[in-house]
Design a protein around this ligand. Structure first.
Ligand code: 5AD
Ligand code: SF4
Length: 432
């Protein structure tokens, strides 16, 4: 979501006459788009701001002015901290108000010296005010839903991104058409809780994600559709059916489970049990046999015993995720879990994370090894480190490196997989 927001902010600045500077030293305006999900991400903002202050001072010696802005969830949660620890910041806005940037920048030139802070949860939707989105290349993100009403007890997102809101069907379809016209063959629909999408059509009737997916599948030239991130309890029957019916829907689904222990899931305020999660996975697999799963895990949630952790390992052994993201529980001020008793020792968290990541990596490697010899359509969109090399993604979202000329960039090409490691594949382009 932050990558998408940054892209839209860059487009907006472009429209205002800004162009991208190669380094912060050359920039008249520097904006940090921030994440508050774990302590490490939030703290990084303050160390980055320290470095930017030095650049600002250095440029000032040469008579150059530098505007520094902070956007995103750290602002929403820690605006006072920013004013206290980084008073040289010129403006700070939350993730829901960055469409006001042109107005904010105009104010700065007039009243320099007082940081402008905007942490309002606005009545208007920023999407109604931003200039039309542009393609990000062969694959583009498209935010369809924002915010979260789930209030998992560890998570700061409902407090920073606010309550769930959905963009209208027409708004999404129009943006998708623009992205495809701009060269995107893949669209990844985004939302903090994307499958709770409820968008209205022109007549005011509400529709769910399954309806939207079917509408998107009718767009000529849109060859791949993905959506992320889903909440297990909000996977409905029609969405499951879509996976069997819509060929453009890629056979890879990120479906965070967080823990394999019912006791911990309850304490996390997740609206699903371990067996319900396994049942959803099985039903999705029934609809589309080659569907692969990825997930998010948190280890060391308050009260997590060895047995709870074993249950998480056991769930991994059952689902055999082809990819996963796993984190040590991070205490976020203002969330219920931060106040829970039985906080887990850092060393135990570290040890559990190591064990979990080794297990996840073994399944990822096995999945990748099993791909060797197969021919897969790969969407290339990034230059590789070596000359003449491109990086793309398989339908199962694995990165694949291949020798390929730039004429293949932003295209879907058949590739024979020849090599594999935990995080990526390598392959050779198939002759037409
Ligand atoms: N500590 C650790 N991980 C967290 N996540 C969300 N909040 C926290 C936290 N306080 C993880 C969840 C979520 C992912 C985006 O980040 O696994 O799915
Ligand atoms: Fe946070 Fe996701 Fe839970 Fe919402 S569903 S509170 S975004 S972890």
């Amino acid at each position: 979501m932050n990558v998408y927001d940054s892209h839209r902010i860059a487009s907006m600045l472009n429209k205002m006459g800004f162009s991208e500077a190669k380094t912060p030293q050359k920039a008249d305006l520097v904006i940090l788009n921030t994440c508050h999900i774990r302590e490490k991400a939030a703290e990084k903002v303050f160390s980055d701001l320290g470095r930017l202050k030095m650049i600002k001072d250095e440029r000032a010696k040469n008579g150059l002015d530098t505007i520094i802005g902070v956007i995103g969830c750290v602002v929403q949660a820690e605006d006072e901290e920013i004013c206290k620890r980084a008073p040289f910041v010129d403006f700070a806005t939350g993730p829901l108000t960055y469409h006001r940037l042109p107005e904010i920048l105009r104010k700065i030139t007039k009243s320099r010296g007082t940081p402008i802070i905007d942490t309002e949860f606005p009545a208007e939707s920023k999407f109604d005010y931003l200039p039309q989105n542009s393609s990000m290349g062969g694959s583009s993100f498209l935010a369809i839903q924002e915010g979260c009403d789930n209030f998992c007890t560890y998570c700061i997102v409902p407090y920073t991104r606010g309550i769930e809101t959905s963009r209208s069907i027409e708004d999404v379809i129009n943006e998708a058409r623009t992205l495809v016209a701009g060269g995107s063959v893949e669209i990844n629909l985004l939302g903090q809780n994307v499958n709770s999408y409820r968008g209205v059509d022109a007549s005011g009737k509400e529709h769910d994600l399954a309806y939207l997916l079917r509408r998107l599948a009718d767009i000529n030239g849109l060859e791949r559709i993905r959506y992320t991130t889903s909440y297990p309890a909000d996977v409905n029957d029609d969405l499951i059916a879509c996976h069997g019916e819509i060929p453009q829907l890629m056979p890879y689904l990120h479906l965070p489970v967080q823990s394999g222990s019912d006791k911990i899931l309850k304490a996390m305020n997740r609206r699903h049990t371990r067996s319900q999660y396994l049942d959803i996975v099985a039903r999705l697999k029934d609809a589309r046999q080659d569907l692969q799963f990825s997930s998010d895990f948190i280890v060391g949630f308050p009260g997590e015993s060895d047995e709870d952790f074993e249950n998480t390992l056991d769930l991994v052994n059952k689902v055999k995720f082809c990819q996963a993201f796993s984190f040590k529980y991070s205490r976020r001020a203002g969330t219920p879990a931060a106040e829970m008793p039985n906080q887990i020792d850092e060393n135990i968290k570290k040890e559990r994370l190591g064990i979990l990541q080794d297990l996840l990596a073994s399944y990822q490697l096995k999945f990748n090894n099993d791909s060797i010899g197969q021919i897969m359509p790969v969407l290339f969109d990034i230059k590789g480190r070596n000359k003449g090399e491109l990086i793309g993604r398989t339908p199962y979202m694995q990165n694949l490196h291949a020798e390929a000329g730039k004429e293949y960039c932003n295209k879907i090409v058949n590739v024979k997989v020849t090599g594999a490691n935990v995080n990526s594949l390598s392959g050779i382009l198939e002759e037409d």
